[in-house]
Design a protein around this ligand. Sequence first.
Ligand code: NAD
Length: 359
Amino acid sequence: MSQQYRITLLPGDGIGPEILSVAVAVLKRVGEQTGIGFQFQEALIGGAAIDATGDPLPAETLDRCRNSDAVLLAAIGGYQWDTLPSHQRPERGLLGLRAGLGLFANLRPAKILPQLIDASTLKREVIEGVDIMVIRELTGGIYFGQPKGIFEHEGEKRGINTMVYAEHEIDRIGRVAFETARKRGKKLCSVDKANVLEVSQLWRDRMTQLASEYSDVELSHMYVDNAAMQLVRYPKQFDTIVTGNLFGDILSDEAAMLTGSIGMLPSASLGSSGPGVFEPVHGSAPDIAGQDKANPIAQVLSAAMMLRYGLNEPEAADRIEQAVQAILDAGYRTGDIMSPGMKAVGCQAMGEALIQALG
Ligand code: NAD
């Protein structure tokens, strides 16, 4: 074995365990083929962790993640935990994991695969050739800013959240974005709401300042409401997009839907050092959990991103991505990406087809 990696697996809730077991089987096969050894350890997060320990992110889980080379996460959440107080909800586990590992950059590719053009709700001529990378700031902004909470004020309750960014937070995500754009189409669009929000004005000033260090990258700015429209009107104008936590949460899901299925989209969350977290863009899909209907490809492509961005094993990542292309070319489709004339399969059968395609 040339390399041994310790991988923490976080199956979470809903379809999480089903799709993660497909990704693990794929990783094992690729490991055998490329001489990479994986030491997998599982840990609890989200609703599963709440049920077992009362805490959506038990200390043991965070410790295990910190002591690994990478974290492969499935998804968290479900209706049964929706009524818990906010600090006990499954999402807290995810936010705590990102904060605990210092993961400030979330990379979400939204690339149209030629085999799936017809799965998109948009017209072929609008989406053909779309290849966008959305880079979302992940540990700052309104999800973390203080003060936050629901307080009594003049005889009624008031809910408060605070959108705040410090210069160093903007600069570090800006650098990730410029460097990513440099490796792609050399076009970076920074999305904000600088016409209304002071925090966005600072964001825009810093991005403009940083641009002088990356003269080979063309920087543009766009207001978030316009960006939401442009993404469905003429998505091909975008190469790399960088934006804050709240706007990125929304726009990355919108970009995801251009591709036809949220079940196809991986993501990577990276910090300055230490393990990254690799996970599908979609949630735990409680409506189809346990029915062998989930599309495991987003999870499998997240494993490929883990190899590429987290472990620096591009050859193994290429093999996985090629296997995904091969099974799509062969016509295999889960329900979410099904189109006439294709072979409908469930999650497990899709996994088996992937293993076969790997050879
Ligand atoms: P969702 O992404 O779970 O589901 C949205 C729709 O897409 C559903 O119809 C679902 O069946 C479908 N879908 C999602 N992934 C799929 C896959 N791999 N294959 C086939 N179809 C798929 O979003 P939601 O319904 O808004 O949220 C459900 C739960 O997931 C909530 O508890 C939410 O908080 C949580 N959530 C978690 C994450 C995460 O873990 N990162 C992200 C978003 C939502």
